[in-house]
Design a protein around this ligand. Structure first.
Ligand code: ADP
Length: 524
């Protein structure tokens, strides 16, 4: 029986309590507590297990004075097994005075370690078992009531330490999960406290609004308004005004901000109140959504409707008009007139077909399903056939072709290459209303063939050059309005050429004409 005094016991308890207070590292606390307990109880071997809440198994966490093979065998004590398991289930301390007489699972192993007696002490906090402290004795020791009292007091301290560590762990895990959620949000989130001070800005809000760091430095909603104010093109209501409107129960606390920089984008900011469980207000949240794409799609839809209704109506009206004329019973048309009417119907049907084809292509491009089937293709016959076709269609234009003697094959979808070329030559004809030369040339550059279509037509203002490849874009001038069109041709051509990894661009001078160039890779 070791010589133990009351002050020594108190010192042990104080030491364990101090360790609990000065570190949050559970491993460190448990190792220290085991060591102190062994010292005060006068033994040299023991273990602390933690209870796995899900399985009920005991998992060895720290140990002292044990052989490696014993530790390996004791790493996990299955739920309910042995004296250990029963101590955990009952929540009561278990004393084994003579291991040799005890029918325990690990009796042989205990005897190999030289143990004679042992104590199994459940570690509790708030009435719940969290783990187990084992002390083994290699002496002929019988644990006394004084030992039990001391160990119980020590066990309570360790139990509290485990509970605290688990609480901290739990809180940290929740915080980390919350952080991951906030960082993964597709939308931006800004949180304000009750005095409108910014307490949190998630990375997405920072990115969408291109904000400086505003959280945690006493910045307020006004600072946020100032940070974006200069870049808001359409401030129907600022965030500050919106905040004020929250007091009005009828208000819809949402605003659309058209930002000009760093890139033009439309952003929707929506306010919501944050309440604590008791119902009191904690502050406000602002959800920030980048709705640029949705706005574009909306705009595209309305443009599509107006283009379709306008551009379909014109050819349809003339097809209907000439067909009705031909069907009149009261008039006898001569062959020449009938032929003329039929050829107008034919041309207008082609126009309709082309427009519908363009709309289909556009929707394929939008959906990302535009397919090209590249193969080694010879551009010479494509260029010559297109020139011949337009020579027939327009007598006012002098369509010339200028090709090198050797024009190597390109890697292209021949149908799509023809579509691009036809579109450019058609535009050249359309936008040189007074006629004149249109030249199609091709030349080999590094790894590519560059094809160019030059006209001496109306040309394009410099300010419009950046836009003519946008879908539905048409230069709004009297001369372009006269010729009609959907504004889809060039954007489709660009998508087709880019799908071939080529480039499409234009050089133009108003009044002097335009030259469109596109490249296609050589078929090597
Ligand atoms: P569309 O011809 O149906 O209007 P496009 O996408 O083919 O649509 O062309 C977009 C705009 O680019 C046209 O509306 C026109 O203003 C301008 N454009 C295209 N080609 C030429 C050209 N060769 N000369 C002058 N302007 C052109």
């Amino acid at each position: 029986m070791p010589d133990r005094t009351r002050p020594a016991e108190l010192a042990a308890l104080t030491s364990i309590a101090a360790q609990v207070n000065c570190t949050q590292d559970l491993d460190e606390i448990l190792a220290g507590a085991l060591q102190t307990t062994l010292e005060v109880i006068g033994e040299d071997s023991g273990e602390i297990f933690l209870l796995d809440e899900e399985t009920g198994d005991l998992i060895l966490h720290t140990h002292a004075g044990l052989s490696d093979s014993f530790v390996a065998a004791e790493a996990v004590v299955p739920a309910g097994q042995c004296v250990c398991g029963r101590a955990v289930q009952s929540g009561e301390i278990a004393l084994v005075a003579d291991i040799t007489a005890h029918p325990a699972r690990s009796r042989a192993a205990c005897l190999r370690e030289g143990f004679h007696s042992c104590v199994r002490l459940p570690l509790l906090a708030r009435g719940q078992v969290l783990g187990l402290l084992n002390i083994q004795s290699r002496n002929q020791r019988e644990f006394t009531q004084a030992d039990v009292d001391l160990l119980t007091a020590v066990g309570n301290q360790i139990g509290i330490a485990i509970a605290n560590a688990q609480l901290i762990d739990d809180a940290e895990r929740r915080r980390a999960t919350l952080d991951s959620v906030m960082n993964s949000l597709v939308d931006g989130l800004i949180l304000l406290d009750k005095r409108d001070r910014i307490v949190y800005v998630n990375p997405r809000a920072q990115e969408i609004l291109d904000l400086p760091v505003l959280e945690g430095a006493g910045h307020t909603l006004d600072d946020l308004d100032r940070a974006i104010g200069a870049r808001v093109a359409r401030p129907r209501r600022t965030l500050g005004q919106l905040r004020a409107a929250l007091a009005d129960p009828q208000s819809t606390p949402s605003v659309e901000l058209a930002l000009t920089a760093p890139a033009p984008r439309t952003v929707q900011a929506r306010f919501f109140s944050i309440h604590e469980a008791g119902g009191g207000s904690l502050g406000l949240g602002i959800l920030i959504r980048d709705i640029t794409r949705e706005k574009e799609l909306d705009e595209m839809k309305s443009q599509l409707l107006s283009t379709v209704s306008h551009e379909l109506r014109t050819p349809l009206a003339s097809i209907k008009g000439f067909a009705t004329t031909l069907l009149r019973d009261d008039v006898e048309w001569d062959d020449a007139s009938r032929r003329e009417f039929l050829s107008i119907i034919d041309q207008e049907s082609d126009r309709l077909g082309e427009l519908i084809g363009n709309l289909l292509d556009m929707s394929r491009i939008e959906a990302g399903t535009l397919r090209i089937e590249p193969e080694p293709a010879d551009l010479r016959p494509i260029i010559q056939a297109t020139a011949a076709e337009f020579r027939m269609l327009s007598r006012a234009h002098d369509i010339e072709v200028d090709l090198p003697t050797a024009l190597p094959a390109v890697l292209a979808d021949p149908r799509r290459a023809r579509q691009v070329l036809r579109n450019l030559v058609e535009n050249a004809v359309k936008y040189s209303p007074d006629g004149g030369p249109i030249t199609i040339t091709a030349r080999v550059t590094s790894g590519e063939v560059q094809t160019s279509v030059a006209d001496r037509g109306i040309g394009i203002e410099e300010s419009q050059l950046a836009h003519i490849f946008d879908r539905f874009y048409q230069v709004d001038s009297a001369s372009t309005r006269k010729v009609g069109g959907s504004g889809l041709g060039l954007s489709i051509c660009q998508a087709i050429i880019e799908a071939h990894r080529g480039k499409l661009w234009v050089e133009s001078r108003p009044g002097l004409g335009s030259t469109f160039h596109f490249t296609l890779p050589l078929a090597r």
